[in-house]
Design a protein around this ligand. Sequence first.
Ligand code: SF4
Length: 283
Amino acid sequence: MPQRPIILSTTDHSRESAGMTYVYPVVSRRAGGVSIGINLNPNNACNWHCIYCQVPNLTRGGPPPIDLGLLARELDAMLEDLITGDFLERRVPTGQRRLVDIAFSGNGEPTSAREFPDAVMVARDAISRYRLSDSVKLRLITNGSLIDRRAVRHGLENLARARGEVWFKVDAADARSLARINGTRAEVAAIRRRLEECSAICSTWVQTCLFELDGHSLSPVELNALVSFLAAQRGVIRGVRLYGLARPSAQIDAPRLSPAPEAWLYQVASRLRDQGLTVEVSP
Ligand code: SF4
């Protein structure tokens, strides 16, 4: 019996839905349509360990070598099906049947792949071959931790040349929260420096995940630190995207997490707007 096609939804971002190694389609709540994801970490390895991470069997580390030829072929096949095939009709709910971006967003930190700068070129070439430069954005979703590497900055330059943009993760701006939320010992000063460096190379948004842990959101002191950090980036970053928990964490602490009240998210947004920042909210 033929299998019914799986309809994509905003709550299922399975990397396996297309049966490919690096490329997967999702309906993205944050991007507002279909997003083609590029997963440069098929081994589920990341240098951070965020408490809300949706990656199953997440391990610490980096990816194996990337087969750029395979990536190019997969991207081509996916775009062919989306642009000239019936993919949108078969797999995407009405109202969201438009391709909005191609995003480096996988099961780990994309910039940890040695081939990241070349992978950006592969995506950029695919976008121009399908004449999508005016309608489809090339994005990098990153924790920003590897921007000190020359090769990563080179990848950002390639992204900027493709008129792409970066979504840079900043969930907290104090050491204890960074350890608790992101499983990193990154220093706040280093995050600030990397964010500024990233913004100087390529158009950059901060993305911040807000949620409750054991029934508590960020404490007032932690929230003040985050707001001050972001306020100081006015004029540097494009803006801030606040989002809640859309999909369940796949980490051991998942039962301790719950969505933050929507009203609180909007209050945080309002505080940031009062600081002169552009803010978008996806509860
Ligand atoms: S940076 Fe992204 S992939 Fe890495 S642990 Fe955090 S949420 Fe998961």
